[in-house]
Design a protein around this ligand. Structure first.
Ligand SMILES: [Zn+2]
Ligand SMILES: [Zn+2]
Length: 302
């Protein structure tokens, strides 16, 4: 059965409109149970995609940093395992029985490491580019591009890696246990540990970022200067509205620096700059985005 479009519900064969997203999600889960594993897989994918989208909307800076740190850690662990695997192959004097199958699998792992390393550099460059964007809207856009990118044959790598994870303990258990098979199993244990621990490490990094690290979430100073103007106040006031700051509500005094936003609203630079750079690049009054990307459609991105 096709998944239901947003805003439409169905129960016992009756289709009806339903605007309550939570109720709709609950109904989909119930429907999935009825349809079996295929339906459950759809629900799981939908929940994962929704969680990713929400993370991207709420914490784009954390998502970018998290991916960068995970990529770095993952490549460090992968390199260690690569070196260990090479060492095992080079220092084993002779192979016996099941060792030959393990040897072929180990060689394949070493060969696949090269394209994986190339993919790491590409991913890292994409996330670093996203992290360096001057506004949160541009950051989200670049993050979506980075997260959607997949290296050539990435499904094949995933299947190969999972097959390796399944085959090594089986061969070790059912084959004749040799020194080589036991050493490969040690490598397998390390690989499996990283496979299981990486989600825990992700949560740890996210927790640290949210708890202890203050990130600038607004726009860079250069983009602020490029997209707004600063004037020295001199009566009589000829700008939009009255001659007072919308943040501190004080009237402007002669010589004070006033930041004029593209939407027409104006504030003391000392009052509004902190907001625009540290928190959000939106006018505190009308919520208009300052420095909207030029090729973005007119609809709001966030
Ligand atoms: Zn002010
Ligand atoms: Zn405004």
């Amino acid at each position: 059965m096709q998944p239901l479009p947003d805003g439409i519900g169905r129960e016992d064969g009756i289709v009806f409109f339903n605007n309550d997203a939570a109720e709709l999600a609950e109904m989909r889960r119930a429907e999935a149970w009825r349809e079996g594993w295929d339906g459950l897989a759809d629900v799981w994918r939908e929940m994962r995609d929704n969680a990713e989208q929400q993370m991207l909307e709420l914490y784009p800076h954390e998502v970018a940093i998290l991916h960068l740190r995970l990529l770095e850690l993952g490549s460090a662990v992968g390199s260690m395992l690569f070196v260990h695997h090479t060492y095992l192959l080079c220092t084993t004097p002779e192979f016996a029985g099941v060792d030959w199958i393990l040897c072929v699998l180990s060689c394949l792992r070493l060969v696949f490491f090269v394209p994986r390393l190339r993919a790491f550099f590409k991913y890292h460059a994409l996330f670093r580019e996203a992290r360096n964007q001057p506004t949160p809207q541009l950051l989200r856009r670049k993050l979506r591009i980075a997260m959607a990118w997949k290296p050539l044959g990435h499904k094949f790598w995933c299947i190969s890696y999972c097959s390796w994870l399944c085959l090594v303990p089986c061969l070790w258990y059912y084959g004749n246990r040799t020194g080589f098979s036991s050493r490969v199993l040690a490598n397998w244990r390390l690989s499996l540990s990283w496979f299981i621990l990486s989600p825990v490490v992700s949560l740890g990094i996210l927790f640290c970022l949210r708890r202890w690290i203050k990130l600038d979430r607004g726009m860079t100073e250069a983009r602020l200067k490029a997209s707004t103007t600063v004037v020295k106040f001199k009566p009589p006031w000829t700008g939009f509205g009255s001659a007072e700051c919308g943040v501190c509500l004080a009237e402007y005094e002669e010589g004070e620096a006033i930041r004029m936003l593209p939407c027409g609203h104006h504030f003391h630079t000392k009052c509004v700059d902190v907001w625009l750079q540290k928190y959000l690049n939106r006018c505190p009054f009308c919520q208009a985005i300052i420095d909207q990307p030029s090729d973005t459609p007119t609809s709001k991105e966030d």
